[in-house]
Design a protein around this ligand. Structure first.
Ligand SMILES: O=C(O)c1ccccc1NCC(=O)[C@H](O)[C@H](O)COP(=O)(O)O
Length: 214
């Protein structure tokens, strides 16, 4: 089984190196002021510059991004993909894809099968999907919370776009999560941290090793 992984919320050169050396296929950088992982596009640009051309895809993680942010990202970090983690409509996702020239990953907050069904409407405008746990009511963050959803909600589902399983994954549960959900892509953030926003290179390596063993 060839499962590919995204390490999300990177903010230091050490964590970026651990992810690249461990074989991550995607590196995620967060642009959301309330997040402990928040970066400026310029800072993310400096982090990704040394690893350009190494075959790892860079992802700018955003929440209802405006055009100013999209333009600034494309002028500085130049991500391969833009993840949208808010209430974006299919029309807005199309605009973001056309304006940026980057592929879009649309994230969905999942707590029931109908949340997974929302993805269909985005198939024409999205490169990939990311299914994440719905945060608890009142949470300041739409992602990166460590919350999980029922992985069986993805079991047997077929999409015309590759999809990530996200939400509460860690080095110890990722193998089970893949087995139960059948997802081809996995995403982790807080499960490879030693504190809010503090990525632990050893946990990143352990997560990627667990994925490689499958
Ligand atoms: O990680 C954040 O701080 C964040 C903030 C705002 C929007 C999205 C965010 N993260 C998106 C991700 O793709 C996370 O990796 C995903 O939610 C899984 O996080 P975790 O449950 O901590 O592994």
């Amino acid at each position: 089984m060839s499962i590919r992984a995204k390490i999300c919320g990177l903010s230091t050169p050490e964590a970026v190196s651990a992810a690249v050396e461990g074989g991550a296929a995607y590196l995620g950088f967060v642009f959301f002021a309330k997040s402990p992982r928040n970066l400026t596009p310029e800072a993310a640009g400096r982090l990704v510059e040394p690893i350009r051309g190494q075959g790892v895809r860079t992802v700018a993680v955003t929440v209802d991004p405006d055009d100013v942010l999209i333009d600034r990202l494309m002028a500085t970090m130049k991500p391969d993909l833009i993840q949208v983690h808010g209430k974006e409509t299919p029309a807005r996702v199309r605009q973001i894809a056309e304006r940026s020239g980057a592929g879009v990953i649309k994230a969905f907050s999942v707590s029931s099968a109908s949340d997974v069904d929302q993805a269909r409407a985005f198939e024409p405008v999205t490169e990939q999907f990311l299914f994440d746990a719905r945060p608890v009511e009142g949470s300041a963050l739409p992602g990166g919370t460590g919350a999980r959803f029922d992985w069986t909600l993805l079991d047997g589902r077929r999409f015309s776009r590759p999809h990530f399983l996200a939400g509460g994954l860690d080095p110890w549960n990722v193998a089970d999560a893949i087995r139960v959900s059948g997802a081809p892509l996995v995403d982790v953030s807080s499960g490879v941290e030693r504190g809010p926003g503090l990525k632990d290179p050893a946990l990143i390596t352990a997560f990627l090793d667990a994925v490689k063993r499958l």
